[in-house]
Design a protein around this ligand. Structure first.
Ligand code: DGL
Length: 296
């Protein structure tokens, strides 16, 4: 760790992560595993999920509101734990925020490229991410010869939010979304949406059955966490390794049935993790939102 610039109180500040919903908790899980010493604040905009079917102007507006709200928690770094927001709003967020901002697309593309043996990478993502061309650009920037096959998979987000992670319905949807990519001979598949890792076993099952060759399935969570660690170290913002990190979760809709869903994404019980409902719809320039539910 670079300890030259390390000042305890500055580095004890949390890392802020946000997503349109709960999918970003898959990134939180990777960051917690790699950096258990860091304090994390995760904001899930559960009142407005999904973002992936909206226009990029709307996604940018929502993303700025979420990120602004995270600044109220004195975060030292912002991780956009959402592919849709990373695809649409990264430049706007970097212009607007006084702290470094990291997205998930480049890490996802790097993981997909590294896992590919023949340079044929498939990507499934939300409609908005696919339309942005962000994965196509990130992959061809890694190697201009990359063959990139993308397909939007919009039904997978509501299935995951509902907890439908196996059985005939997700399987049919996955088959339908993957077949055009299988037909193009992909040998790696990027799960280009933070919700999709929860459907990994259905996805792997369909690929094993239908693809002629092995297809490696990757997501950007672990690579994003590696990149975050490097950024923190390089900028002297990493927290001391022996510290014990805490997680705090903010949601914008009622946290009803939240614990079960969040535990699924984190693959860990939520015990001891405070969950608060906040309001971000007005933006802090208009009116300071109030905390409407006290920490659990
Ligand atoms: N978490 C979002 C992503 O990674 C998908 C959910 C949504 O559509 O809002 O793209």
């Amino acid at each position: 760790m670079n300890s030259r610039n390390e000042s305890p109180s500055r580095n004890d500040r949390p890392i802020g992560l946000f997503d349109s919903g709960l999918g970003g908790l898959t990134v939180v899980k990777a960051v917690r595993a790699a950096m258990p010493n860091e304090n994390l604040v995760f904001l899930g905009d559960t009142a407005r999920v999904p973002y992936g079917t909206r226009s990029s102007d709307t996604v940018i507006r929502y993303a700025l509101a979420c990120a602004e709200r995270l600044m109220d928690y004195d975060v030292k770094f912002v991780v956009v734990a959402c592919n849709t927001v990373s695809a649409a709003a990264l430049p706007a967020l970097r212009r607007a925020l006084p702290v470094p901002v990291l997205g998930v697309i480049e890490a996802g593309a790097r993981s997909g490229w590294a896992a590919s043996t023949r340079g044929r990478v498939g990507v499934i993502a939300t409609q908005s991410t696919v339309a942005s061309g962000a994965y196509q650009r990130a992959l061809t920037a890694l190697d201009a010869r990359a063959h990139v096959a993308v397909n939007p998979a919009p039904l997978l987000v509501p299935l995951v939010e509902e907890g439908w992670l196996d059985g005939p319905v997700p399987r049919l949807a996955v088959e339908r979304y993957l077949q055009p990519l299988i037909d193009q001979g992909i040998d790696s598949l990027v799960l280009g949406c933070t919700h999709y890792p929860l459907l990994r076993s259905v996805i792997e099952g369909v690929l094993a059955e239908r693809a002629a060759q092995r297809v490696a399935v990757v997501d950007g969570a672990a690579a994003t966490s590696d990149e975050l660690r490097l950024h923190l170290e390089d900028s002297g913002l990493a927290r001391r390794p022996e510290a014990q990190g805490a997680l705090r979760i903010l949601v914008t809709d009622l946290p009803t049935a939240f614990a079960n869903a969040a535990a699924r994404f984190l693959e860990a019980p939520l015990e001891g993790v405070p969950v608060e409902q906040i309001d971000i719809t007005v933006g802090r320039h208009l009116q300071q939102p109030e905390l409407v539910v006290a920490p659990a």
